[in-house]
Design a protein around this ligand. Structure first.
Ligand code: PGA
Length: 256
C-alpha cells in the first residue's frame, strides 16, 4: 500500500494463549487485510509469538508491532525485550505507555525514554495516553495535557511525523461498543490533543503526528469513531483477537 489513509492496530494483549492460535489469527487477519486499499493493519501479538509470526507476516501487507519495549538496550534486565531484539524480528511499531503498563508503575518519564529509544532504533512508537475518569471541572484535560508533554519530553520536532498518539480513556477500555467514547466527544478530544501537539512542535510538525482512538472499538463503531472523531485510525484490544470481528472492523474502516 503506497500511503494508507487509516491505521488499524490490533493489540492482542495476553488474550492469545498459544502459538497455534496466534498463527491461525494472524493468517486470517492477513487474508482480510490483503483486500484493503487504504487501511494499514498492524498486529501487536505478545512478545512470545513475535518470532513465530514474523516470517509469514513478512509476506503479506500486515505490519508487526510489539506491545512494549525495554528502556535499556543491553543490561541485566530479566524478562525484558530490547529494541535490537525487536528489530531483528522485523517489528516496525511499538506500543508505549499503555494504561495497563502504567498501572504496573510505568511513568510518563519512562514512556518518554522508551519513545526516544524506539525512534532512534527506527520504530514508530504508539504512545498511549488517557484519563481514568472525567470530572465536571475538567481536571482530566490538565491530566492529559501533562501526559502529552511529559510522555514526549525530549522527542524532537524532526521526529514528529514518525509519532503516533493513541487516545485511550481508561473508562472505555475492555467493554463493549456502547461504552466507547462518542464520535462527538472524540472529535473534541482530537482537537485538544492536536492543539497541544501544535504547541509542542509548531503547526506543520504538530499536525503530522497521527492520532488514534482506543477503547471498546468494535465493527459497529469503528468507522463512525474515525469519521466523526476525526482520528487517523483505531487501536483495538479484545476485538482484535476475534478474527471475524477484526476483519469486519478493518473492512468497515476501509469502506468495503
Ligand atoms: P479494548 O482495549 O479494545 O479491549 O477496549 C483497547 C486497548 O486497551 O488498547
Amino acid at each position: 500500500m503506497a500511503k494508507a489513509k487509516y491505521l488499524a492496530v490490533g493489540n492482542w494483549k495476553m488474550y492469545v494463549d498459544s502459538a497455534m492460535r496466534a498463527k491461525d489469527l494472524a493468517g486470517k487477519v492477513t487474508r482480510a487485510a490483503s483486500r484493503l486499499r487504504r487501511t494499514q493493519v498492524i498486529v501487536c501479538p505478545p512478545h512470545a509469538f513475535l518470532g513465530t509470526l514474523a516470517p509469514s507476516l513478512k509476506r503479506g501487507s500486515v505490519l508487526l508491532g510489539a506491545q512494549d519495549v525495554s528502556i535499556e538496550t543491553e543490561a541485566a534486565r530479566t524478562g525484558e525485550t530490547s529494541v535490537d531484539m525487536l528489530k531483528s524480528l522485523g517489528v516496525s511499531h511499538v506500543i508505549i505507555g499503555h494504561s495497563e503498563r502504567r498501572a504496573l508503575g510505568e511513568t510518563n518519564e519512562v514512556a518518554a525514554h522508551k519513545a526516544l529509544r524506539a525512534l532512534k532504533a527506527g520504530f514508530v512508537p504508539i504512545i498511549c495516553i488517557g484519563e481514568r475518569e472525567r470530572d465536571m471541572q475538567g481536571h482530566y484535560l490538565a491530566f492529559l495535557e501533562t501526559q502529552i508533554k511529559e510522555s514526549l519530553a525530549g522527542v524532537p520536532k524532526a521526529k514528529a511525523a514518525h509519532l503516533i498518539i493513541a487516545y485511550e480513556p481508561l473508562w472505555a477500555i475492555g467493554k463493549s461498543a456502547d461504552a466507547a467514547v462518542t464520535p462527538e466527544s472524540l472529535h473534541e478530544m482530537t482537537l485538544f490533543i492536536k492543539k497541544h501537539l501544535v504547541h509542542l512542535y509548531g503547526r506543520s510538525a504538530g499536525t503530522s503526528v497521527k492520532v488514534l482512538y482506543g477503547g471498546s472499538v468494535e465493527a459497529s463503531n469503528a468507522k463512525a469513531l474515525i469519521d466523526g472523531g476525526t482520528v487517523d485510525g483505531v487501536l483495538v484490544g479484545h476485538a482484535s483477537t476475534d478474527a471475524a470481528e477484526f476483519s469486519d472492523i478493518i473492512r468497515s474502516i476501509d469502506g468495503r
